[in-house]
Design a protein around this ligand. Sequence first.
Ligand code: NAD
Length: 296
Amino acid sequence: MSANIIDGKAFAATVRQKVASKVADLKETHSIIPGLAVVLVGEDPASQVYVRSKGKQTIEVGMNSFEHKLGVDTSEEVLLALIDELNADPSVHGILVQLPLPSHVDESLVTNHIAPEKDVDGFHIANVGLLGTGQQSMVPCTPLGCLLMLRDYHGSLSGKNAVVIGRSNIVGKPMAQLLLNESCTVTIAHSRTKDLADVVRRADIVVAAVGRPEMVPGDWIKPGATVIDVGINRVDAGDSKTKLVGDVDYASCAAAAGAITPVPGGVGPMTIACLLANTVTACCRINNVSGEDFLL
Ligand code: NAD
């Protein structure tokens, strides 16, 4: 069997088109321009790349992008004061504080200082609780991107056995919650799970979010299952070069699966597209404008 490739890059382009057309509609019909503020503390190279890419894509879909770059020594107090300003600014509909933050700053304090309705990362405790109780919330971007691809590929996910490998607050837990909300039977596996191979072999849907290069081999995959690979791992490719690989061994898993996301070009591009979509959703809700279901 050779799996269908779920092309996250192409799918992200269609999400961005939908976002752009909703942004144009908000401008024309309501004179509102959605705005996304991104806060970067310090000079972590990977974070700088992400922030640049977010800013560029925000502008490309017609939204306002506000970038706040703060020095690595910025105090918690100064950071919280900036978030207060952004919370109160009517031109800002989404606020994202790029993680990780320097060690002297309490990440959860900062995350929970963002107004929940502007929390486009969906990390605020209020949004976690709303998602956990099946209520309207802001949904974390990476799991949202995975869900959109799964829904697009399968239609209904009801009754499917889903295994999420990884229990982080950013990916694993919200992913499991979203799948539960879709009426999947969900297992969360993690570093202490016994007989992980057996657990994964029962899954119709496998979401791997571990951060260990190619740890899931093809013989763990039930024939025909759908594999969503969240992992982004940079590994040695010989000749002093590096390459990106996921958490699943792509070749052997693609041989067993019915569908699979590649790395790169799978989940990654969907994450920023969902951030843009979340900003538009937040903008619609804050302004009481209908049509936040523009992605459907
Ligand atoms: P994390 O380190 O916070 O969590 C990893 C999880 O994997 C933990 O819950 C741990 O219990 C589990 N784990 C570790 N070793 C395991 C093992 N041997 N067997 C089973 N489970 C094990 O990581 P994270 O933030 O959730 O990210 C996971 C991966 O996803 C990373 O590669 C990260 O780079 C990637 N990621 C990608 C995107 C994207 O946009 N594509 C976004 C976020 C994270």
